[in-house]
Write a protein that binds this ligand. Structure first.
Ligand SMILES: [Zn+2]
Ligand SMILES: [Zn+2]
Length: 149
């Protein structure tokens, strides 16, 4: 069996997290990594204890579901909650981040982001990442974990 690369390993973890998403519009997963160790993960969903989009439908305003906390944000907030330093860390995410997440990622000191799928990639997000010196790399997922027996 071929050994999985770090990129594919962390991206697979983000995909796994996306399977826990509670929003029907898009399932996103994000993993924060420091020194090749996973320090946090998140998926897009309601606040803890809140109703889920999958049960109650999305709460859409201006074509955005406002019920959910985005995966990247949830991963960063997990670091805040449990006191894990994000400066110098890297982020693996299944979809290119929105502008709000982009700013939060930069502001928390993340130095590289790896995304698997293009998703409304905003030119301003790319501009901000470049300005902040954040490395942005497209890492499509091509690894599958399980073989059915
Ligand atoms: Zn939703
Ligand atoms: Zn976002």
């Amino acid at each position: 069996m071929e050994r999985i690369s770090w990129d594919q390993y962390f991206m697979t973890q983000s995909y796994l997290l996306s399977l826990r998403s509670t929003c029907t519009r898009l399932a996103v997963g994000a993993t924060i990594v420091r020194d090749k160790r996973i320090i946090a993960g998140g998926y897009n969903g309601s606040i803890a204890g809140g109703v889920h989009c999958i049960d109650e439908g999305c709460y859409v305003i201006d074509n955005h579901c406002v019920r959910t906390v985005h995966a990247e944000m949830n991963a960063l907030l997990q670091c805040a909650k449990f006191g894990a330093k994000t400066e110098g860390a890297e982020l693996y995410v299944t979809h290119f981040p929105c502008l709000q997440c982009c700013k939060a990622i930069i502001q928390s000191g993340i130095v590289a982001i790896y995304y698997a799928k293009d998703y409304k990639n905003h030119p301003y997000a790319l501009e901000l990442f470049a300005q902040a010196g954040v490395n942005v790399k497209h890492v499509p997922l091509h690894y599958t974990i399980a073989e059915k027996e």
